[in-house]
Design a binder for this molecule. Structure first.
Ligand SMILES: Nc1nc2c(ncn2[C@@H]2O[C@H](COP(=O)(O)OP(=O)(O)OP(=O)(O)O)[C@@H](O)[C@H]2O)c(=O)[nH]1
Ligand SMILES: [Mg+2]
Length: 305
């Protein structure tokens, strides 16, 4: 690991730093939780399953620990195309290089897809069970028996029911995690919140708005490529292409006289301005790229491998 950054007191004998992988099946709230802890939207979220495609590091630094969260794609057990294979591999690779695993499930549901994720959990690394979306559990009295049952499924190091939509349980979660982190100086500066480039984050902001604003017809296999990213002081000029795999998807995203694309562009631009802290000019294009989700070569070109 590199030397201690300047703005953090060095040599604190009990400062801890470590990697925490956030895993679970699609749509359980992994990215929402990562964003909540980091305090900013660095990972996109959506009601659509499989929103996250890349590993994203979200960093939280307190006065006695640096937590490096790795938000992973939801582990996909249903389809076996090249994109899913590559995303699943990325999750399994992540698991072996972390200090703690947060295994996220939704409410008191524990189904076959959750079970297949459990099968991948290493037995050498502490795993904390996160029972997310407790705001949606109607019968709260089911929670305790559910937790007792989960303890028989896997030897979890801890179990924390919470709602990633609120800050309430976050301090408890951080305390719980910290005990498993190694004593180590911080790796990132205290004010860094992610290791991803602005280019990457800009593409993700556009992708999220495509999902949110163009409805159920647009499949998760939609990608965004940044063609040009220019910066002058605090002003950024960004040119991006939305890659879809069918002509009718292109028409949906563009909308009547370009209205949908404008809506997507405005929403993405506002998110970028908030995250980057400066004005953004954003220009979007839509292109049809047939069958790319199944082509290994194309995946490499788009940066997944
Ligand atoms: N009610 C409620 N909804 C939540 C909570 N946490 C997340 N959600 C919602 O659940 C949906 C999925 O959240 P994400 O954070 O995108 O889930 P994910 O696990 O990262 O999903 P993938 O990246 O697709 O695997 C979004 O609509 C969130 O707003 C919660 O605590 N309560
Ligand atoms: Mg996600």
């Amino acid at each position: 690991m590199p030397n201690t950054p300047d703005n953090i007191p060095p040599n604190d004998a009990d400062f801890r730093t470590g990697f925490i992988a956030v895993v679970g099946r699609p749509n359980v709230g992994k990215s929402t939780l990562t964003n909540r802890i980091v305090g900013a939207k660095i990972s996109i979220t959506s009601r659509k399953a499989q929103t996250t495609r890349h590993r994203i590091h979200g960093i939280h630094t307190s006065d006695n620990a640096q937590y490096i969260f790795i938000d992973t794609p939801g582990f996909q057990t249903r389809y076996g195309n090249a994109l899913n294979r590559s995303m699943n591999k990325s999750v399994t690779d992540t698991l072996h290089a972390t200090d703690v695993v947060l295994f996220v499930i939704e409410g008191t549901h524990f189904d076959t897809p959750d079970r297949s994720v459990i099968g991948l959990l290493p037995d050498t690394i502490p795993v904390i069970l996160i029972i997310n979306k407790i705001d949606q559990i109607k019968e709260k009295n089911l929670l305790l028996p559910f937790m007792a049952e989960m303890q028989t499924v896997f030897p979890f190091a801890a179990m924390i029911p919470l709602s990633a939509r609120s800050d309430e349980q976050i301090p408890q979660l951080l305390t719980e995690i910290r005990q498993f982190l190694p004593v180590h100086a911080p790796v990132f500066e205290a004010d860094e919140i992610t290791d991803k480039s602005e280019r990457f984050l800009a593409a993700e902001m556009v992708r999220e708005k495509v999902f949110r604003l163009s409805g159920e017809e647009i499949p998760y296999a939609t990608s965004v490529v940044i063609d040009k990213f220019e910066q002058e002081g605090e002003f950024r000029r960004i040119f991006a292409t939305i890659m879809v795999d069918k002509d009718n998807h292109k028409a949906i995203i563009i909308g009547h006289q370009g209205s949908k694309l404008r809506e997507i562009g405005t929403a993405a631009r506002l998110d970028m301005e908030r995250l980057f802290g400066g004005k953004v000019y954003l220009e979007l294009w839509v292109k049809v790229k047939s069958g790319w989700a199944d082509s290994d070569k194309m995946l490499k070109q788009l940066g997944y491998d």
